[in-house]
Design a binder for this molecule. Structure first.
Ligand code: 5GP
Ligand code: ZN
Length: 139
């Protein structure tokens, strides 16, 4: 895509701190890191979100995430690594080229807000109804 920042990063038209690439994926450091080592993994072929990305690229990203997460653990020794992936402007996807965030947390560093939410018990009837609706749409 001509005007896509991440496509430009893959082409080398915008500089990036690359940590890994293979024939399908490219991984690089986020320039607004939530924490040191915040890494993005993207498909080389432009796809906007989870609905558009081909299964082969999706699988390649998740296989690469294991390789990169292992490297993050060896290089930085974090107490955990969060994986986050946003789809759609309604959930604050800002770059419309599929990307998986890997965000490490170091011992003694603040809690990552993306990993913490209040556990409030839901309405079981509604949970059942919604689950059935989704299950009925699976194909
Ligand atoms: P999301 O779309 O999931 O909200 O996040 C997009 C991410 O891309 C943000 O964390 C942002 O910092 C990162 N980002 C946006 N533009 C650039 C860029 O030009 N270079 C790099 N390395 N990261 C970017
Ligand atoms: Zn793109």
């Amino acid at each position: 895509m001509n005007d896509c920042i991440f496509c430009k990063i893959i082409q080398g038209e915008i500089p990036s701190v690359k940590v890994y690439e293979n024939d399908r994926v490219f991984a690089f450091e986020d320039i607004n890191p939530i924490a040191p080592g915040h890494t993005l993994i993207i498909p080389k072929v432009h796809a906007e979100n989870i609905w558009e990305i081909p299964e082969e690229d999706l699988a390649a990203i998740h296989v690469a995430s294991k390789k990169v997460a292992r490297a993050i653990r060896e290089a930085l020794d974090p107490i955990g690594v969060a994986a986050l992936q946003l789809n759609g402007r309604g959930v604050n996807q800002m770059v419309m080229h599929y990307h998986l965030h890997l965000v490490p947390r170091m011992a003694g560093s603040p809690e990552l807000s993306i990993t913490k939410w209040d556990l409030v018990p839901g309405d079981m009837a509604l949970i059942q109804q919604t689950g059935e609706k989704i299950a009925g749409a699976i194909r």
